[in-house]
Design a binder for this molecule. Structure first.
Ligand code: HEM
Ligand code: HEM
Length: 179
């Protein structure tokens, strides 16, 4: 059955969804245009932008996780139980990666002895000791996992477009503005 008015996510969930989307678009562009980070690199210019955008993403994701725990989920759109499970799994892993991946970058930044702030003002604690091997490994994992995150986002967007253009079940409107 096609929905003319599908049950929507609440306005705050929609705001958080598109805020994270905008922050991630900026973050991927900055990540792949900033200078290479090596031993002794100083956190200046685009690298500072990467760190500031990254810690902002962690902060917004924490708000999003709390909101997800307390909000009321909209009723699911009718469809196959299998597709619904795949969607739930994809959303769950997206949440997981959007917390774990930036924390790994943070641990790497700490191991380089860089001090971090939230929004340029609130000092943040180090997540690993300066020079730590763990922080170093986390940096490699962070850069590699960024591809996994991008792949999953690609799958998610493809699913949204499939719903819109093939199934025509109104799912995309659940995340769009309007009553
Ligand atoms: C979801 C948020 C984030 C995304 C998508 C992301 C993405 C990336 C990507 C793609 C790279 C590799 C760049 C290259 O190929 O040269 C990278 C490197 C790096 N990122 Fe992030 N990042 C995020 C959050 C953070 C945060 C929160 C921090 C620290 C506070 C951070 C610190 C770093 C550092 C230090 C590197 C260099 C790692 C190394 O080469 O050892 N990132 N990031
Ligand atoms: C950075 C990119 C994106 C991320 C990380 C992301 C993440 C998520 C997450 C975690 C959810 C679950 C809802 C929640 O718990 O708040 C969701 C739902 C949704 N997203 Fe995205 N999203 C992204 C981009 C997009 C784009 C570009 C579109 C549209 C083309 C889109 C359309 C939707 C729709 C329609 C839903 C609701 C699905 C349902 O009703 O089950 N998303 N997204």
């Amino acid at each position: 059955m096609a929905y003319s008015t599908p049950p929507k996510y609440d306005p705050f969930s929609r705001l958080l969804h598109w805020l994270i989307f905008a922050l991630l678009v900026a973050q991927f562009i900055v990540a792949w245009t900033m200078p290479g980070i090596h031993r002794g690199t100083q956190p200046v210019g685009l690298i500072t932008w990467h760190l500031e955008l990254g810690t902002a993403i962690v902060a917004v994701m924490i708000v999003r996780l709390i909101w997800r725990a307390v909000r009321r989920e909209p009723a699911p759109v009718e469809g196959s139980a299998m597709l619904r499970s795949v969607a739930r799994l994809t959303h769950g892993v997206l949440y997981l990666l959007l917390i774990a991946q930036p924390l790994m970058g943070w641990a790497n930044a700490s191991s380089r002895g860089w001090s971090l702030t939230l929004f340029g003002v609130i000092p943040l604690p180090p997540l690993s000791a300066e020079g730590s091997a763990l922080g170093h490994e986390m940096g490699d994992l962070h850069s590699a996992l960024a591809w996994g995150l991008l792949g999953l986002i690609g799958l998610h967007v493809a699913a949204a477009l499939y719903h819109h253009f093939v199934l025509r079940d109104g799912v995309i409107r659940r995340m769009l503005p309007g009553a």
